[in-house]
Design a protein around this ligand. Sequence first.
Ligand SMILES: Cc1ncc(COP(=O)(O)O)c(C=O)c1O
Length: 402
Amino acid sequence: MSDREWRERAERVVAAGASTGSKRPATMFGGEHHDAPSHFVRALGCRVVTVDGATLIDCTMALGAVALGYADDEVVRRVWRVAANGSVAGLNHILEVEIAERLCAVVPCGERALFTKSGAEGVAAAVRLARTYTGRDVVVGSGYFGWLDWCSDSAGVPDGVKRDFVAVPWGDSGALGAAVAAAGDRLAAIVVEPVVEREPPDGWLAHARALADRARAVLVFDEIKTGFRLHPGGYQAIAGVTPDVAVFGKALANGFPLAAVVGHADVMEAARHTWISGTLAGEAVALAAAQAVLDRHEREDVCPRLRGVGARMRGAVVDALDHAGIAGVGVEGLDPMWFIRWSDAARETRFLAGAREAGVLFKRGAYDYAALAHDDEEAISAIGQAAAAGFDAVRRLDTEGQ
Ligand SMILES: Cc1ncc(COP(=O)(O)O)c(C=O)c1O
C-alpha cells in the first residue's frame, strides 16, 4: 500500500490526520506537502524508511526526542529486557527509584523527581506543584510548554483558565518584570524555556530568578529540549542559574514516552497535598530507556559529541547556501539544535521538497536536531548535497516561478 493510501486512510480515521499536530503533513512541510511522505515503517540510526520504500536521512529526529539514534542497540536491549519481565504492576518498579536518584545527582536543582508520560504533562505537574506550594494562581510564562489548557490560548480553552496564565515575549526582561509586578501577590510561578532558537540574553535567567525570589514564587525551567542535549543537567548547569523545579523529556528516554519533573524538596513535596497520578506514570519500559541514556552520558561525552555532529550538519548546509548564493535565508540556532530560517514560506516549502527528493528530511522552522547517529560522513555529505538540491529548487522558483 502506498504512502498516499496510508495518508488517505489516516485522514478518514485519525482525527486531523495525525495525533501529533506537529507531524501533520501541512505542519511538517508547509504548502507543498501532497507528495511528501506521511508515514514510516522503520527508523534506524538517522535514517527513516517510508511506506514507499524510500530511505531518507532525518534531521528532525522525532521533534528532538531522539539524540542517540533511532532504535539504538543499547536502549532497545534494556527495553526488551524490562518488557519481557513485566514493565508495570500494582506496585512501583524499582527503576522509578533508580532513575529519580540518578536525575537528582545530575540536575543542579534535583532533590526529588516525579515522572509523567509526556512533556506537556510534566510541565503541568510542575505548575500544579507550584500553585499548591504557594497557594497562589497566576503563572507568568515564556516559551512553549505543550498543548494543555493551563498555558494555551487555543480554541476550546475556557477564558477562566486563560486569565491565570500570562505569556511574555522570550528574553524580554522588561515584559517579564511588568507581568510579575502586575501579578503581585497572586504570582505562583515563573515558567521559562531557557533556550529558544538562541541562548538567552545575558542576565535574563538571573533576572527571572531574582523576580521569583522577591515574589516568593516558584521558578520553573522547561528543559524538555535542552536536557540531555545541551547538558545532561539541562541549561541550568551551563547558565549557573538554578530554578526551583525543572522539567525534562524528549532526549531523556531517546524516543520512549517519559518526562521528569525534578526539583527542590520543599516544592516537590507539595505532591503530598494535591493529586498527581498517572496509571502508567512509573511504567518501566521508558524508565529502562532512560537508564540506557543516563549510562551513555556517564560513559561518553554525549553532549559535546552532539555539538560536534550538529556543527558538521549545519556546516554542510551553510556551505551549500554559500555556494547557492540566494538571499532571504540563513542558518541559525545552536549546533545541537539548529534550523534554517526563511523569510518566505513558499520558498521554504520548495526547499523542503527539493531536499526531500534528494533524500533528506529537514524540519520546517525550528529545529533540525543532531543525533550521535548523524556522526557518519555519508550522512553529512548527503545533507550537504540535499541542501544544495533544495536551494537549487528555490533558485528555479525565484527565477522561473516554477
Ligand atoms: C520546551 C517544550 N516544552 C514542552 C513540550 C511538550 O512536550 P510533549 O510534546 O512531550 O508533551 C515541548 C514539545 O515540543 C517542548 O519543546
